[in-house]
Structures are given as C-alpha cells and as structure tokens.
Design a protein. Structure first.
Length: 133
C-alpha cells in the first residue's frame, strides 16, 4: 500500500503519514500545519516524492501552479531527493502563517518552478480538490 505524507490543517497537532486507514498523529508544543498537499513515492522514480492530491482551499491548491504528479525537489532551498515521507513532512510543517518555499518539477517536462506558500488553511472544512487515480 502507498504511504502518503501530509499535514492536516484542521488538526491541533499534525499528521505525518497515512498507511491505508491508519493515521499517525504527533502532538507538539505548538500546532504545526502544512501546505495542503498529499505526497507519495513516485511510481517511476523511487528517489522522488510526487504530489498525490491537493486539499481544496489549501495554499497548495490556491497557488494554481502545483499539479498532481509533480515532483517536489526542494524545500527552502534544500534538496528533498531520497527523503522519506516523514522527513518531507518535517520540512513542510510549521507554524500557521509562516512561509515555506517549495521547488517542484513538472511531471512529463521536468520544468522546474518555485512557489512560496503560507502554511495553513482558512477553512475548518477541507476536502480533496484533486486526486491521482
């Protein structure tokens, strides 16, 4: 089964990884949130993590650049190649309102692009905006 890293903005702690229906929740002293994107190990390139889906209304979805299948290459200028899903989550999670810069490579063209995203989500209710089928 695929493992997926993500942060749940409506949760007081954060969710690091999900395997099927099982969630691992970690509580911290300060609530940490992410960008609203689910990631998975790429099917073709084992050392790369790709976007599995985006949460509707999340910073990742609202920037209108990140697409399902895109590869995340760097967070705040540091390469995330060969990272585990938990290691990626540690880089992406942070205090609500803080900014994180992510570099992606477009699936198919390998065109690189960077986005600056403000961590958190405005809505208490969220749903998956797009999902890789």
């Amino acid at each position: 089964m695929a493992r997926v890293a993500f942060a749940c903005p409506a949760f007081s702690g954060h969710l690091v990884a999900d395997t099927s229906e099982r969630f691992v929740a970690l509580q911290g002293e300060k609530a940490r949130v992410g960008i609203g994107a689910y990631f998975q190990r790429d099917k073709d390139i084992d050392s790369v993590l790709s976007v599995k889906s985006l949460l509707k209304g999340s910073p990742a979805q609202q920037c209108n650049k990140i697409a399902v299948g895109d590869h995340i290459m760097a967070v705040n200028g540091a390469s995330v190649e060969s990272f585990s899903l938990a290691e990626l989550a540690e880089k992406l999670l942070g205090p609500t309102g803080s900014v994180v810069e992510c570099t992606f490579a477009r699936r198919g063209t390998n065109e690189r692009y960077a986005v600056s995203l403000t961590r958190g989500i405005n809505s208490d209710k969220w749903s998956v905006a797009s999902r890789n089928k």
